[in-house]
Design a protein around this ligand. Sequence first.
Ligand SMILES: Cc1cc2nc3c(=O)[nH]c(=O)nc-3n(C[C@H](O)[C@H](O)[C@H](O)COP(=O)(O)O)c2cc1C
Length: 151
Amino acid sequence: MRVALFSGSVYGTAEDVARHAAKQLEAAGHSCYFDPRGDLTALLAHHPQALLGVTSTTGMGEIPDNLLPLYSELRDNLPAALRGLPGGVIGLGDSSYSDSFCAGGELLAELFEELGIRQIQPMLRLDASESVTPEADAEPWLEAFARALAE
Ligand SMILES: Cc1cc2nc3c(=O)[nH]c(=O)nc-3n(C[C@H](O)[C@H](O)[C@H](O)COP(=O)(O)O)c2cc1C
């Protein structure tokens, strides 16, 4: 499947996880588009058949600034081409922010609902206070995601 990935990141961790995810999905036989600075036009030009959003949380439960333009474009346009596609969300956060743990990922999951994207498995939450190896920690979830897409 053609999978479009995008990321929201302040310090680069979520971007690294997205890049690692693209490699893993490619190794599983999918073809990936990931441009951390890509906009909606570029994303749609790749005619995605599935979507994977990876985002950290900043501020008091907010989406990182670098994802806001694409997030707003998606919400304002609700592109029909994405409706019904399979998708998934990986949220990075820190459970010491107990009230807003992975709230950025939750905002993205809500947007996927609005877009009509079917999340084929529950959002993965990567906790910076539990682990310092988010890329490796995402691998089992991605393996299941890649398999579900191939079915
Ligand atoms: C200023 C700041 C605010 C943060 N706010 C939250 C938050 O509200 N909820 C949460 O779960 N994590 C929060 N985090 C933790 C980050 O989401 C987490 O460390 C993540 O791994 C950073 O990924 P990034 O490098 O892609 O931005 C915050 C981190 C910083 C530095």
